[in-house]
Design a protein around this ligand. Structure first.
Ligand code: SF4
Ligand code: SF4
Length: 181
């Protein structure tokens, strides 16, 4: 047999082995339980510390908005996607307007961490897909609505700060429990 003939035979054999190997992988996976789900018909449970959509909260006791318009979230936000205008009132302050550009959010959770009234939190969902970016510019009403629509994640400003604060002298540090504990 010529050198050229041996080369062609070797290539053919290599091709057969590659196809057989690929078919083997296909066959093995054909009978495996799928790892994907038919979202959104099937929604996987999210972890309790999931960093999802941002939302504003109401006080469950009084029904009042928790946001006092202090703008701390605006100052801390690295990509500067939050804009708050404060409304001064007699007993307490409010957010006159609150805008959050969710399309540019980094989901760093810093706004949640600094909020003194647990007014801004993250939800256990990311279900806000759209082909229109303008829908991801969230105003105050939309942010409050999201807070009622989805289950909240564990983190609040108070919990995150307590977790990260150094223990004070002579006192045992009180760390808030993780949801799974
Ligand atoms: S999660 Fe981070 S990037 Fe997103 S709004 Fe809050 S501070 Fe800004
Ligand atoms: S969400 Fe919290 S940090 Fe942001 S303005 Fe309102 S009270 Fe202040």
């Amino acid at each position: 047999m010529s050198r050229n003939g041996r080369g062609t035979l070797g290539e053919t054999w290599g091709l057969i082995r590659a196809v057989a190997g690929a078919m083997g992988v296909t066959l093995r996976n054909l009978f495996r339980k799928p790892v994907t789900v038919h979202y959104p018909d099937v929604i996987r449970p999210y972890p309790d510390r999931f960093r999802g959509l941002l939302a504003l909260t109401y006080d469950p006791q009084t029904g009042e908005e928790n946001c006092i318009g202090c703008r701390l979230c605006e100052y801390i936000c690295p990509p500067q996607v939050i804009k708050v205008e404060m409304l001064k009132a007699e007993k307490r302050n409010y957010a006159k307007s609150f805008f959050l550009e969710l399309y540019a959010c980094e989901f760093c959770e810093l706004c949640v961490q600094v909020c003194p009234t647990d007014a801004i939190i993250m939800m256990k969902s990311f279900d806000l897909a759209t082909d229109d970016r303008r829908e991801l510019l969230l105003d105050k009403d939309r942010l409050h609505q999201l807070g009622l629509e989805f289950p909240p994640s564990w983190a609040t400003g108070e919990r995150l700060r307590a977790m990260q604060a150094p223990a004070s002298k002579g006192k045992e540090k009180v760390v808030p429990k993780e949801p799974s504990e």
